[in-house]
Write a protein that binds this ligand. Structure first.
Ligand SMILES: NC(=O)c1ccc[n+]([C@@H]2O[C@H](COP(=O)([O-])OP(=O)(O)OC[C@H]3O[C@@H](n4cnc5c(N)ncnc54)[C@H](OP(=O)(O)O)[C@@H]3O)[C@@H](O)[C@H]2O)c1
Length: 169
């Protein structure tokens, strides 16, 4: 499985339930990578999607412990174990962990790759992604040239997990 995330220079990912910054090319990158794939997210991230609607043309898996949270347009699992028991049927390379903070934290060690959009700015953030530059298990495998949107610089990096070729559980 893989994770995909947009971070600022402090590895901030969100504030007040929202993204820190929206960059059209990053949204396109996210869509291109996840289309026709399986996306795994937390209930907070699901509820932050426009119209609280599932992402189109993807299998949407949402984690929630709240038994009263139900939606027949998505697949809901109540625990990490339940996710792992049920995703065996998918190709592991087709599973994308898409946030937020709590979900990234719980799944990161099972990910073989992380697609990071690094936004070269600092925002007020209350949610973060683990700093992969300070984590010896991870190394940068590729890095794009620098891009710009509304005077904001950003680039696309791919990190690979040196300790994991395929996720095991
Ligand atoms: N920059 C990015 O790329 C990016 C991507 C995604 C999200 N975000 C941001 O991240 C923030 C949201 O992150 P968050 O950590 O607050 O929320 P989250 O991870 O999206 O969702 C948290 C919720 O997921 C459920 N959950 C978590 N672990 C679970 C488990 N083991 N079993 C069952 N349910 C579980 C719980 O739902 P219940 O409370 O219903 O039990 C929990 O409250 C927002 O600001 C969002 O914009 C940023």
């Amino acid at each position: 499985m893989k994770a995909i995330v947009a971070v600022d220079l402090n590895w901030g990912i969100g504030c007040g339930g929202r993204l820190l910054q929206t960059i059209p090319e990053d949204m396109k990158f996210f869509k291109e990578n996840t289309l026709k794939k399986v996306v795994v997210m937390g209930r907070e991230t699901f509820e932050s999607l426009p119209g609280k609607s599932p992402l189109k043309d993807r299998i949407n898996i949402v984690l929630s412990r709240d038994e009263s949270f139900n939606d027949d347009k998505i697949i809901i699992y109540r625990s990490l174990d339940e996710v792992f028991d049920n995703i065996k049927k998918y190709n592991t390379d087709d599973i994308y962990i898409i946030g937020g903070e709590s979900i990234y934290n719980q799944f990161l060690s099972y990910c073989t790759e992380v697609y990071v959009t690094k936004i070269k700015n600092i925002y007020t953030a209350d949610k973060h992604f683990p700093n992969l530059d300070e984590n010896k298990a991870w190394k940068v495998a590729s890095i794009s040239d620098s891009r710009e949107f509304n005077h904001i610089q950003y680039n696309f990096l791919k990190y690979v997990n040196k300790q994991l070729i395929h996720y095991t559980r």
